[in-house]
Structures are given as structure tokens and as C-alpha cells.
Design a protein around this ligand. Structure first.
Ligand SMILES: Nc1ncnc2c1ncn2[C@@H]1O[C@H](COP(=O)(O)OP(=O)(O)OP(=O)(O)O)[C@@H](O)[C@H]1O
Ligand SMILES: [Mg+2]
Length: 271
């Protein structure tokens, strides 16, 4: 088995002055490469804390985290940032787009952090990503000139531009109406069918139903681990990729592939 995420006895305790807040109290699980996993649980149960650890945005107080074989808990800040930039795309409930930047500039931003990519290539790749998520005609729009669903698609395009092997999303549909939520979930399914491992937090059973496996977190512990669905692959039309066609996932148009190189290979090479 090809393990993407391996966590053992993961603990996170926040220190609030004198008071310790145990947000995660020893969580263990593996997630295989190519999986589509939903994390559920009540408010305050530790879901975002767990996602922040998985996304290398924070470090555990205790326990082991291997990401694609790398012992994350042993990496220093610089290496952690490198792992985050190269392996992980993160999507948040609040979109977290820069308000003064256009959709194109927002999407291109991670490539600036990554370094070594010319302005011309950054522009071309950002445009390609926006076409992929169906926003090829909104390149120059600023966030406030876009709908919520469109802003989240910009955020997903931004998360994908570094060709991550792992896409983490913390309540990505939490601020969206049901129609936009369905579109976003279709997009995640499509990305997963192209080989990206997807882990998302949701409160909504309808959203979790898109996943092959559901991890439930309760009071900082793993309460259940179920596999309600067999894999439901999304059909990717043959020949629709690698030719730079514009189009939108979920709108039955031909489109460019996000995976110009297999993500697994490219990430291995990158690190
Ligand atoms: N930065 C922080 N400092 C101190 N305590 C925190 C911090 N972040 C989270 N907590 C606490 O840790 C616990 C878990 O919080 P977390 O945000 O992970 O919950 P959650 O499951 O994502 O909840 P929600 O569904 O409301 O988003 C909560 O009790 C919360 O108050
Ligand atoms: Mg949360």
C-alpha cells in the first residue's frame, strides 16, 4: 500500500496562559495515496486543529506524522514550509483570497513563494488553472467582483497551481449555497479521479457522502472510521487533456488537465 498520511498518537495542546487546552488527545490513522476522505465531528472536536497539523501549518505537541514518508514532526521551520509549498494545497472555508489582487494574481501567488518560475510561466499556469475551474473569463476580477462559489474556485485553483499530491480543505462548502457546493464537490471528485489525495472537513452528511471514507472526531479523539462508499470515479473524457483547451469541470466542456506530470512523480522529484 502507498501511504500518503501516517499519524500515530497525534496530540495538540494549546497553551492559553496558565490553562492547557487539549484539542487533540492521541489520534492515529493512515490515508492511502489517491484516497478521498471526509473528516466530521461536532464543533470544537479538533477537526481544524487536525487539518492544520496535516497541512504543516502547525506542529503537534506530541506524536508522529509522516507525510509521503517524510517525518514531518522532525522538520525545522524551513523544511516544513518547503514540504507545505510542494506537496500540499489548502482550501479554507473563508477562501482567504487577497482582496486587492485579481483572480489571476491570487492563483499565481504560490508560485512566487515556490520561486524559480518566470512571471510569464506564472501567468500562463494561473490562467490554465482558472480555466480548469471554469473561470477562464474572470481572470481580471477581484474577489469582491466574484460570487462565493467563484471565489472558492479561485482558492482551489490557487491550491492546485503547485501541483500538490495532497489537497486539504477545511469546510470548503461552509459558506456556499447548495448549488455551488455541488459544483465544488464535483471539482474535488474530478481532481481525486486524476490522482490527487483529497481530505476535507465538513459538517454536512451530503458533502461527506462524496468521500470513500469518513473519519469522525469527537473531543480530540478518533470516534469512528467508516468506508460507506466504494470508489466512485468521475469519468474523464479521453483526449480532453494536455491540449490547453479552455473549459470548466462540471460543465461538460473539454478542459486542460491539472496534472501535467503525475503528481506523485513530480512531488517525489521536488523533494
Ligand atoms: N489557537 C488556539 N488556541 C487555543 N485554543 C484553540 C486554538 N484553536 C483551537 N482551540 C481549541 O481547540 C479545540 C478544537 O478546536 P478546532 O478549531 O480544532 O475545532 P473544530 O472541530 O474545527 O470546530 P468547528 O467545527 O467549530 O470548526 C477547541 O476547544 C478550541 O477552542
Ligand atoms: Mg474548524
Amino acid at each position: 500500500m502507498d501511504t500518503m498520511i501516517h499519524v500515530r498518537e497525534l496530540r495538540k495542546t494549546y497553551q492559553m496562559g496558565e490553562i492547557e487546552v487539549p484539542a487533540l488527545r492521541g489520534i492515529s490513522f493512515d490515508i492511502q495515496r489517491g484516497a478521498f476522505v471526509a473528516i466530521m465531528g461536532p464543533s470544537g472536536s479538533g477537526k481544524s486543529t487536525l487539518m492544520n497539523l496535516l497541512g504543516c501549518l502547525d506542529t503537534p505537541t506530541n506524536g508522529q506524522y509522516r507525510l509521503d514518508g517524510l517525518p514531518v514532526e522532525q522538520l525545522d521551520r524551513n523544511l516544513l514550509a518547503a514540504v507545505r509549498n510542494r506537496k500540499i494545497g489548502f482550501v479554507f472555508q473563508q477562501f482567504n483570497l487577497l482582496p486587492r489582487q485579481t483572480a489571476l494574481e491570487n492563483v499565481a501567488l504560490p508560485l512566487i513563494y515556490l520561486g524559480g518560475v518566470s512571471a510569464e510561466e506564472r501567468h500562463a499556469r494561473a490562467q490554465q488553472m482558472l480555466e480548469l475551474v471554469g473561470l477562464g473569463d474572470r481572470l481580471g476580477h477581484r474577489p469582491k467582483e466574484l460570487s462565493g462559489g467563484q471565489q472558492q474556485r479561485v482558492a482551489i485553483a490557487r491550491a492546485l497551481i503547485t501541483q500538490p499530491a495532497l489537497l486539504l480543505a477545511d469546510e470548503p462548502t461552509g459558506n456556499l449555497d447548495s448549488r455551488s457546493s455541488v459544483e465544488i464537490m464535483r471539482l474535488f471528485e474530478e481532481l481525486n479521479s486524476q490522482g490527487i489525495t483529497v481530505v476535507l472537513v465538513t459538517h454536512e452528511p451530503d458533502i461527506a457522502a462524496h468521500a470513500q471514507r469518513v473519519l469522525s472526531v469527537y473531543d480530540g479523539l478518533l470516534a469512528s472510521d467508516t468506508t460507506p462508499h466504494a470508489r466512485r470515479d468521475v469519468h474523464v473524457p479521453a483526449g480532453s487533456i494536455r491540449n490547453g483547451d479552455a473549459g470548466a469541470i462540471g460543465q461538460n466542456k473539454r478542459r486542460p488537465s491539472i496534472v501535467r506530470r503525475p503528481p506523485v512523480m513530480s512531488m517525489r522529484r521536488a523533494l
